[in-house]
Design a protein around this ligand. Structure first.
Ligand code: SF4
Length: 348
């Protein structure tokens, strides 16, 4: 991929694009940028499974339909046997990565996490663990009285391969404070990613739209990602998706597909230093997911053999690998399996 194949736009230019361009002209510009960065007509994807080791969470975000508070009858922590069964099933379906995330469980100490990682590494050395978003790392560090660097070093030594960009929502504290007042502030989210990148752990970055934010909040979010990427180069991809209000305590309408596509396109144009942008077919469905491939996205994310968080909000789009590939082909792209770092998966 050519380095910086697209030029940098300022915040003022991004604002002007948002205000002046309609969805189609913004999409056309974003697609041109995508093709400049990835001239080959390829759409990448990964075969993996989201595994939530616990749904118990003391954070209580207003937009979350997945968690159960500590002591709730529906709270669970996966046993080693349950975890192993899920990973074995993933491998049997051709998977080679798991996305491992939970909640902020007040009784699970650092040795639970290091033990879980070491167990997975021993039992499934061929499966990469992409796990623990920044709020989980901050929670663990506080609970153990350790620094973020110390927690990340312990997790990495036990087998953690990379970090998902979850828990970013909108990296603007007024919005974070209104929807998830107990979650780490934007500075700490950035600090975890900076430290992870420093320790050689690559990560993704996400953004959730439709939480009551304005375009200024979204631009603040994009600026923080771009600034950190200038410093570390550790982000492999950016993944915007829409808040799913079903079963949550946040009574706002879902952002439209039009809003999603415009934001996706703006992100592609603004994040000149982030190589890959993912289409969110999990929240948007296969058709808008396919359309996103012409609005700046060059990646279909994951086949998501299992997904619980968005499903808890009542949104259950599922796609088998062959269906995902069929959509890419129908849109004019060759589907290619990739690893977390976006290298081509051997034998695909
Ligand atoms: S979004 Fe994450 S941190 Fe917030 S309540 Fe849900 S599980 Fe907990």
């Amino acid at each position: 991929m050519p380095d910086r194949a697209i030029g940098r736009i300022s915040l003022a230019e991004a604002r002007a694009l948002w205000e002046d361009e309609d969805v189609f002209s913004l999409g056309k510009k974003a697609h041109a940028a995508r093709m400049a960065l990835h001239p080959e007509a390829v759409v990448t994807y990964i075969v993996d499974r989201n595994i939530n080791y616990t749904n118990v969470c003391a954070c209580g975000c207003r937009f979350c339909a997945f968690f159960r508070p500590p002591g709730h009858a529906e709270g669970y922590v996966l046993s080693r046997e349950q975890l192993a069964a899920k990973v074995a099933e993933t491998v049997a379906l051709g998977g080679y990565q798991i996305l491992l995330q939970g909640g902020m469980h007040p009784d699970l100490r650092l040795d639970f996490y290091t033990g879980m990682l070491a167990f997975l590494r021993d039992r499934f050395p061929e499966v990469a663990v992409h796990g623990f978003s920044p709020p989980e790392i901050v929670f663990l560090a506080r609970m153990e009285g350790l620094s973020i660097a110390e927690v990340l070093a312990e997790l990495k030594a036990s087998g953690l391969a990379s970090l998902p960009g979850g828990g970013a929502e909108i990296l603007s504290d007024p919005i974070r404070g209104s929807v998830s007042p107990n979650k780490c502030p934007a500075d700490e989210w950035i600090a975890v990613m900076a430290e992870a990148h420093k320790q050689g752990l690559r990560s993704t970055a996400t953004m959730v739209i439709g939480l009551g934010e304005t375009i200024e909040h979204r631009l603040e979010h994009l600026s923080r990602i771009r600034d950190l990427q200038d410093a570390t180069g550790g982000f492999t991809a950016f993944i915007p998706w829409t808040f799913q209000p079903g079963n949550t305590a946040l009574a706002v309408p879902e952002a439209s597909s039009w809003e999603y596509l415009r934001t996706l396109a703006l992100a592609r144009l603004f994040l000149d230093n982030v190589p890959n942008i993912q289409a969110s077919w999990v929240t948007q469905g296969p058709m808008i997911g396919q359309t996103a491939l012409y609005f700046g996205a060059n990646d279909f994310g994951s086949t998501m053999i299992e997904e619980n968080v968005v499903a808890a909000a009542g949104v259950r789009f599922r796609m088998e690998e062959d269906e995902l590939c069929r959509l890419a082909v129908k849109a004019g792209f060759e589907p290619v399996r990739r690893n977390m770092d976006y290298s081509r998966r051997e034998g695909s």
